[in-house]
Design a protein. Sequence first.
Length: 122
Amino acid sequence: MAGKSQELISKLLQAEDEAEKIIKAARDMRSAKMKDVKPAAEEELAPFRMKEEQKFVEDQRAMQGKNNTSAELEKSTAAELATVRSDYETNKKNGIKHILDKVLDIDLSIPANVKQALLMGA
């Protein structure tokens, strides 16, 4: 009986060794296929990559153009703001004087129709 179990254990160990060899061969084949597929995939991907990189560069240039436009817009806005402030400072004194003249220039004379109404009623 002991001989038979040793024989079965021996067969089991041989089967394990054979399974490991099969697994190793499968891994090696997989690795070889991956090495073969990678250059083919890169070759197939190259035109797409170039097209996308070109699109990216064009988008970057467009954004840079927009940034220049926004810089010009900021510059013109600052110039307009300076003009408005200058006009404000120039006209501020005249505006204040005009308002004060209108507020302080009070006509104290009694209108003719009010005088007449007062005379008739009295």
